[in-house]
Design a protein around this ligand. Structure first.
Ligand code: 16G
Length: 246
């Protein structure tokens, strides 16, 4: 990393820490600082840029808040990058992670079978008496918790819940019930204290609340999943086309 270019310009009136944050952001965007790379120490950054360590720390904190850098206890600060997720693809957490070359994992919060609430029965179009599987998980990449997911699926579409492994969609495959279409809603929110604890983020950090409803080809509802994704680690990217074109 070329630290000489990071020397702030004291004449512009732009706060030094913001200038440093901009330079760091550029180095990450250009790939000069690779995802996973360790950032030089605060001491070295301070020596090379002439900025105080307090200012360096403030610039780093800015990028930690943006999710571009992550601190690891005892071993410094790393470029974390963000995970780009296609907004229009009906894929699974496990398959997406494997496609990126990451190691997906899950921690079960709960796994049970019970009757649906009236609201759930309505959304899943269930006749009276039909039970649902409730699957609550923390989704991980490596050791890092990235999302909390609570899936509700008609019991009859799944193998026995104890036989469900790391992937819900792989379990649906066993019964030939993988969904083929769906709808997803995203909205911005902040982590509750419990969510913050489960996701290892500070209380009040930004999160994305996502509700996914999926269906089989014949229209049978498969899944109602409510998820909380970390806002500092995820970006949902949607391809656009001009639908006004003649
Ligand atoms: C994704 C879906 C979730 C689905 C899960 C299945 C979003 C926001 N959510 O996480 O609705 O249940 O994939 O993944 O993308 P799995 O097969 O790894 O359990």
């Amino acid at each position: 990393m070329n630290l000489s270019r990071m020397t702030p310009d004291r004449k512009t009136g732009v706060p030094i820490y913001l200038q440093l944050a901009t330079q760091l952001r550029r180095s990450i965007a250009s790939g000069e600082l690779d995802v996973g790379a360790a950032l030089p120490s605060e001491r070295l950054l301070s020596e090379r840029t002439g900025a105080s360590r307090v200012t360096i720390r403030k610039a780093i904190e800015q990028l930690v808040q943006e999710g571009l850098l992550a601190r690891r206890h005892g071993s410094g600060t790393y470029v974390s990058g963000r995970i780009e997720q296609a907004g229009e693809a009906l894929t699974s957490f496990t398959a997406d992670a494997k496609r990126r070359g990451d190691a997906p994992g899950s921690v079960w919060i709960f796994r049970s079978v019970s009757l649906p609430t009236a609201d759930e029965a309505d959304i899943l179009d269930l006749p009276p008496g039909q039970s649902v599987a409730r699957l609550g998980r923390i989704r991980l990449i490596g050791e890092e918790p990235l999302a909390i997911e609570h899936a509700i699926v008609p019991d009859r579409l799944l193998p026995p819940i104890d036989a469900i492994g790391d992937s819900l969609y792989a379990a649906l495959d066993i019964k030939r019930c993988r969904p083929v279409r769906g709808q997803q809603r995203l909205r911005a929110s902040v982590a509750t204290p419990i969510e913050a604890g489960l996701l290892s983020i500070a209380e009040g950090c930004g999160v994305l609340r996502i509700e996914r409803r999926t269906f089989l080809a014949d229209g049978t509802p498969v899944e109602l999943t409510r998820s909380t994704y970390r806002g500092d680690r995820y970006e949902f990217v949607t391809e656009l086309s001009n639908i006004d074109a003649e």
